[in-house]
Design a protein around this ligand. Structure first.
Ligand code: AMP
Length: 432
């Protein structure tokens, strides 16, 4: 039986990988533009990092982690998200001592044992940012603005930005009591998961997709009504800044997120093309996490987009059609073995000059090699068969207008200069 990729994982290869690179490159450039520097953390960490920070009773920790024992019996987990590893790294490397706001961005694979479906995989990819060291509401708004800017620059029009506030620790606990009391007469008719959640993690009840549970929570008390004065003021400021920056948003009173560490502002960016997995990305503020992980009491805010979902939307919109190879300057037809070594020497020298040149080392027919040149989007083809060798010439064929030039060559240098001269005439910028 041939070995296949595991369920919930997949391969990304050309031409689609071009689209992935485009998304990733844009993220890198934009994050840099907003003052974020890239952090790369390990793909696996101690299990306790995630169970403590994300929350023991969340779906991620209780059901979805790829956890295993290493050869020394230590419990290791493939990272299901990047916020906890980033904060772990921030503290491990004493970045708080820099005494300034720390802006870190990341990009890479995450792992969750979920039921695979469109837009939901077991190995998926996130790109995101974390701003550590301030509880100022401006940074909540700036993170949302950055997320919105990214989506807009990708060409994804009209994403819906939903925001809400879960409030500080006090507000969260007020609301937990409120929702518990509200739902206690109805809880026996709610799903099994909700019956557990109402005891262990009451806010998550708001996120249940079960139709009968949804009915029960439709008129539940609003999170915003439970906010402490400080959280209320914070949220009002976030809204004010978003309005100043003209970021369109709506408030969703029942929005909650799957990770326990959030405090105050949370947000999601939704796209209608995605069906049931319609959340392109989300995030929010988490003011207690750094301290809970043994660091100072500093505020932090961040977000993550799922790259898999961004790709699905871009494909559906046809905004960034898959591009083929970006094209060669020259393709050398490999017709006569006697000059093969001279050609590979030429290729080496031209590549040092950033000229994009290639040859096919296999002995294919003239026709097949021309087809290959076309496929590779070559601008010029170098033809050097036995006639040309005998007459000390090469032919350079322009693949656009199909014209051919014959150029005399005597040695390696004249061959090199002839090809270089041809590309100079073409006024083509080198690839680098
Ligand atoms: P979260 O870390 O749960 O806040 O998720 C942030 C974003 O990551 C989501 O909006 C999705 O775009 C993406 N995401 C989360 N889980 C998955 C998954 N299993 N498969 C694909 N994308 C995911």
């Amino acid at each position: 039986m041939a070995i296949k990729a595991l369920r919930g994982t997949y391969d990304i290869f050309p031409p689609k990988s071009k689209l992935w690179q485009k998304v990733e490159n844009l993220a890198r450039e934009l994050f840099d533009f907003y003052g974020y520097g890239e952090i790369r953390t390990p793909i696996f960490e101690q299990t306790s990092l995630f169970s403590r920070s994300i929350g023991e009773n969340t779906d991620i920790v209780s059901k979805e982690m790829y956890t295993f024992q290493d050869k020394k019996g230590r419990s290791i987990t493939l990272r299901p998200e990047a916020t906890a590893p980033v904060i772990r790294a921030y503290l491990q490397h004493n970045m708080q001592q820099l005494n300034q706001i720390c802006k870190l961005s990341y990009l890479g694979p995450m792992f969750r044992y979920e039921r695979p479906q469109a837009g939901r995989n077991r190995q998926f990819y996130q790109l995101g940012t974390e701003l550590i060291g301030s509880a100022n509401p401006y940074y909540d708004a700036e993170s949302i603005a950055l997320a919105y800017d990214f989506i807009s620059r990708l060409g994804i029009k009209c994403p819906a930005v939903k925001i809400n506030s879960v409030g500080d620790t006090q507000s969260k606990s007020n609301y937990a009591t409120l929702i518990k009391n509200y739902l206690s007469p109805k809880i026996s008719s709610m799903c099994g998961d909700c019956q557990i959640r109402i005891e262990k993690n009451p806010l998550r009840v708001l996120d249940c997709k079960n139709p009968s549970c949804k009915e029960h929570i439709a008129n539940a008390p609003s999170l915003l009504d439970s906010l402490s004065e400080t959280s209320k003021t914070h949220f009002d400021k976030v809204r004010e800044y978003l309005e100043t920056m003209e970021i369109p948003y709506t408030i969703d009173n029942y929005l909650v997120r799957g990770l326990d560490y959030y405090t105050d502002t949370i947000f999601e960016i939704i796209h209608s093309n995605l069906g049931s997995q319609d959340v392109l990305g989300g995030g929010g503020r988490y003011n207690n996490l750094v301290q809970e992980m043994g660091g100072p009491s500093v505020g932090a805010v961040g977000f993550a987009f799922g790259i898999d979902r961004l790709i699905l939307v871009l494909e559906a919109l046809g905004q960034l059609g898959p591009k083929t190879n970006s094209g060669l300057d020259f393709f050398i037809l490999n017709i006569d073995d006697s000059v093969f070594n001279q050609h590979i020497k030429l290729i080496k020298r031209l590549r040092e000059k950033n000229i994009k040149i290639d040859i096919c080392a296999e002995n294919k027919s003239f026709k097949a090699q021309m087809r290959n040149a076309n496929k590779l989007n070559a601008e010029f083809v170098i033809i050097r068969g036995s006639d040309e060798i005998e007459n000390n010439v090469i032919k350079i064929k322009n693949m656009n207008d199909k014209t051919e030039e014959t150029i005399s060559i005597t040695d390696d240098d004249s061959l090199f200069n002839a090809v270089l001269e041809r590309i100079k005439q073409n006024d083509k910028k080198p690839v680098f």
